[in-house]
Design a protein around this ligand. Structure first.
Ligand code: CP3
Length: 351
């Protein structure tokens, strides 16, 4: 028997089919909420915000107060790792991330152990949130996947990643060495997060698109599998959700070879693909279009119903195919959460 307080998200990740799926949204914190903008205005810069456990815990909890989400995701960023390894990272207002010169890989490798200690603030944020969050709501820790993080480290900013993909072909040994450093640092970081209160661990491979099958195996599948193995070897049992965004048909290769409990599907995932993964023993998460969430209306309601109908007969976590967009009306979020949870919309504060 499952104890009543066992969070719905963890039950789904353990393979249970629930009468209604748990629901949370990628990038639910720090995007569309006015209370976030108020909090953000009090921080000097975004990285200092992420490293301030009191403020980061507050940002994590804001969407949990407003919506009956089944899970919180810690407020942090995938680019805290390169910074902890010694590459400069900053955010240009209104533009996005910028990174300094990539240090030689041997130097980065020498910083792996120290990088985990430099990320201790995120552990403190998790511990704080866990004490404040109701026991039936799960807390998710996360990290960027090695390849996605490497694209930023190599290109120095957000981009179409073509330079990083070209590098993967032209300099495979150098890329593999960088990915190995990131695997080791990320595994240690996730172990620390689990020990600090994270009950599920998500790996964001936001830029898995456009890779040939063999390269996908080398730079996505193998590093993800290595992270899961290293975290398990450290005695951590928290379930994993892998998100190979943009992988298309290669999601099947991913699910077959990476020992994650959950696979997050992007906007393009087909109903059949989701069902196939469920039949293979994976819990699936996704794949509502974040643009449709922003647009709202009866088309949104219809798509929510279609996804619920298609995937609720197996282990499923209701979510988006990519993160909440900054200008998404809170009332659209409330409407979807009400539809999934069966709670009356009037009970949700969506001013
Ligand atoms: O709600 C949450 O999930 C909060 C935690 C979170 C953030 N970033 C906070 C953030 C998470 C899970 C991320 C992941 C992340 N960061 C990804 C993977 C997910 C995805 O969307 O594909 C990526 C690629 C990044 C890198 C990154 N961080 C970019 C490209 C940017 C600039 C554009 C943007 O998304 O706003 C960021 C900044 C960032 N990360 C902000 C927040 C709240 C905005 C910074 C600000 O408020 O000034």
């Amino acid at each position: 028997m499952t104890a009543p307080a066992q969070p719905r998200l963890l039950r789904a990740l353990a393979g249970e089919t629930l009468e209604r799926p748990p629901v949370w949204f990628m990038r639910q914190a720090g995007r569309s909420l006015p209370e976030y903008r108020e909090l953000r205005a009090r921080a000097t810069d975004f990285i200092a915000f992420c490293h301030n456990p009191e403020m980061a815990a507050e940002a994590t909890l804001q969407p949990m107060r407003r919506f009956p989400f089944d899970a919180a995701i810690v407020f942090a960023d995938i680019l805290l790792i390169p910074r902890a390894l010694g590459q400069e990272v900053w955010f240009e207002a209104g533009e996005g991330p910028r990174l300094g010169v990539l240090p030689p890989v041997e130097r980065l490798a020498g910083e792996v152990e120290a990088s985990t200690a430099r990320l201790a603030d995120i552990g403190e944020t998790l511990a704080r949130v866990r004490t404040e969050l109701e026991p039936d709501r799960a807390l998710i820790g996360f990290a960027g996947a090695p390849w996605t993080v490497a694209t930023y480290m190599l290109e120095g900013r957000g981009s179409d990643r073509s330079a990083a993909r070209a590098y993967a072909h032209a300099h495979p040994a150098e890329l593999d060495a960088l990915l190995k450093v990131l695997v080791d640092a990320t595994a240690r970081y996730l172990v620390m997060q689990a020990r600090s209160g994270a009950q599920a661990l998500k790996i964001f491979e936001s830029w898995a698109e456009g890779l040939p099958e063999d390269v996908f195996e080398r730079i996505v599948i193998r590093p993800h599998a290595a992270i899961v193995e290293q975290v398990r070897a450290a005695g951590v049992t928290a379930p994993f959700i892998g998100f190979p965004r943009g992988a298309g048909a290669l999601v099947d290769n991913y699910a077959a070879q990476v020992p994650v409990e959950g696979v997050a599907l992007d906007t393009q995932a087909s109903i059949a693909q989701g069902r196939r993964l469920q039949a293979q023993g994976k819990t699936i998460q996704g794949a509502l279009d974040n643009l449709l969430l922003r647009a709202g209306g009866s088309g949104l309601d219809a798509r929510v119903d279609t996804l619920l109908e298609a995937w609720s007969s197996g282990p499923y976590i209701f979510n988006l195919g990519h993160g909440v967009l900054p200008d998404t009306p809170a009332e659209n979020i409330a409407r979807v959460v009400a539809r999934v949870t069966g709670k009356p919309l009037s009970a949700l504060a969506a001013e």
